[in-house]
Design a binder for this molecule. Structure first.
Ligand SMILES: [Zn+2]
Length: 502
């Protein structure tokens, strides 16, 4: 038996979740958790909103609400989105909420203090622009200009066009996004961390990710940036730096957030926080993220765990590339995607069916296209197959212990136990379930065993269906109740939003 703490990336509450988000770290963490529990491991999944993401301020400004209000509304909606997709989290962290806010800020400052005192961090001077009329630091979301790499309009610290990373004083024609007067440049110091042994970092990367593609991406980034990670920055939105005046807010907070998740884990389980040194290392910590968070989830925690005394890094990081819809990236601003709240309100398709279909797409090192026609074809094929197998005669339901099912399936060479978390692939779990669904020999010779094993195999992918198979009762939200009816294009019109061609 192994203990796991799974930490899917903190969603940014600048909007609600679409299937592009779900298909990545969230569904994968849930499937992983259920598959690990099935083989007897103890698993906790903890998640929470990334309220201090710098860009939160822009949608708040545009919708004329405070960042706090925006985060509260979207944070609650995101938590509900996860629940309605059957994605279980033991603890939901709201860094602005009553329960967490004080302890959350204190922990970030504690880690910063440890780094400063332990000598693992260093100060670096930068020229920072301030707005003459408001005194605001014009960085991150507020800074506009042209990219020093390609010359096109750009903002923040990274060019959306060419990917070039730059400092505020490198951007061409700098100005504030707001009307707040000219820029006054001041010399400011902020805290940074740097990995002093690049070779060691690179070898640890190989242990963290089983993917050579993502490891090479990370190594290229480390070599081009000198493995430097910023810990504080000028600005006014974030956890306030209470240690000293070098950088007003704490940044690159995913690792400290994860240590905070570890505190929740400790309270939930009575075990030590696995991201603190000295804790017996019997809990494996696995972070999951999209490749856009390669730096936040893989590189920064690796560097910081070496520079912040008393912490330890992750055991595994599982990354994925993006899901496309109709060949294009899901996009909230272009309104191109399928949103979870629409799916939850749509009665024509079960969320379990979407989970099964998403599992078939094997998101990982490659971008994968979500094709609506393929979804309809898969759902109807599955409904017919399942419906015909289940409907054939009154089926006896026998309570068979999970251990016995596991042994029986293992004896037949069906993969149900895994040595490494990367070996648990949703598409392989789906293939095993579908093969068993078509196993007519067992179904005819021992229907109750067949049915119990079918529930066992599908549980990580489609938990509602597993419950239906075990209880014999058709749930309102499940698949069996829909099995007699075909899904058609029109059923999905209210949930599939395709960007309008101009
Ligand atoms: Zn550029």
């Amino acid at each position: 038996m192994t203990r796991y703490l799974l930490l899917p990336m903190q969603p940014t509450p600048n909007g609600t979740l679409h299937l592009g988000h779900i298909a990545g770290p969230y569904l994968r963490a849930d499937i992983l958790a259920r598959a690990l529990r099935r083989q007897g491991d103890e698993v906790s999944v903890i998640c929470g909103a990334d309220v201090y993401e710098n860009w939160i301020q822009l949608p708040a400004l545009r919708s004329n609400v405070s960042p706090e209000t925006l985060c509260r509304n979207n944070g609650n909606a995101i938590h509900e989105d996860l629940r309605s997709m059957g994605i279980g989290v033991e603890s939901w962290i709201d860094p602005l909420g009553e329960v967490d806010s004080g302890a959350y800020a204190a922990l970030h400052n504690e880690l910063l203090d440890r780094g400063v005192r332990g000598g693992g961090l260093f100060l670096k001077s930068e020229r920072i622009p301030y707005a003459e009329n408001t005194g605001r630091a014009v960085t991150g979301v507020w800074l506009l200009g042209r990219c020093p790499g390609c010359g096109l309009p750009a903002g923040g610290n990274c060019c959306e066009n060419c990917g070039f990373h730059y400092q505020p004083d490198q951007i061409l024609d700098p100005r504030s996004r707001l009307d707040e007067g000219r820029l006054i440049w001041r010399e400011e110091r902020s805290w940074f961390a740097r990995a002093d042994d690049p070779a060691r970092i690179e070898s640890r990367l190989s242990r963290l990710t089983g993917s050579p593609v993502f490891r090479d991406l990370a190594i290229r980034y480390l070599r081009s940036t000198g493995a430097e990670v910023r810990l504080t920055a000028p600005g006014d939105w974030g956890v306030a730096n209470r240690i000293d005046g070098n950088g007003a807010v704490v940044c690159n907070t995913f690792f400290a957030y994860c240590v905070y998740c570890g505190e929740h884990f400790a309270r939930l389980t009575g075990r030590p926080n696995p991201l603190r040194e000295g804790a017996d290392r019997d809990t494996q910590v696995v972070a999951l993220a999209g490749v856009d968070n390669l730096v936040a989830a893989l590189i920064t925690p690796l560097v910081l765990s070496g520079c912040l005394p008393g912490t330890r890094g992750f055991d595994r990081v599982i990354l994925n590339r993006f899901l496309l819809l109709d060949g294009a990236k899901f996009s909230t601003s272009r309104r191109h995607g399928i949103w979870v709240s629409d799916v939850a309100a749509n009665k024509a398709i079960s969320t379990d069916e979407l989970r099964l279909f998403l599992s078939s797409l094997s998101l990982g090192e490659d971008e994968v296209n979500f094709d609506v026609a393929a979804l309809i074809q898969f759902v109807n094929w599955h409904r017919r197959r399942l419906g015909s197998r289940i409907a054939e005669g009154e089926m006896e339901i026998r309570d068979i212990p999970a251990g016995a099912i596991l042994q029986m399936l293992k004896g037949r060479g069906i993969p149900v136990q895994y040595a490494a978390v990367e070996d648990i692939r949703p598409d392989a779990l789906l293939a095993a379930y579908l093969a068993w669904l078509s196993n007519d020999d067992v179904r005819r010779s021992d229907p109750a065993l067949w049915r119990a094993a079918l529930a066992f195999l599908v549980e990580p992918l489609a938990p509602l269906l597993a419950a239906e198979l075990r209880s014999g009762r058709k749930g309102e939200e499940g698949i069996l109740i829909r099995a007699g009816r075909d899904l058609v294009d029109a059923d999905l019109r209210s949930i599939v939003h395709l960007q309008q061609e101009n």
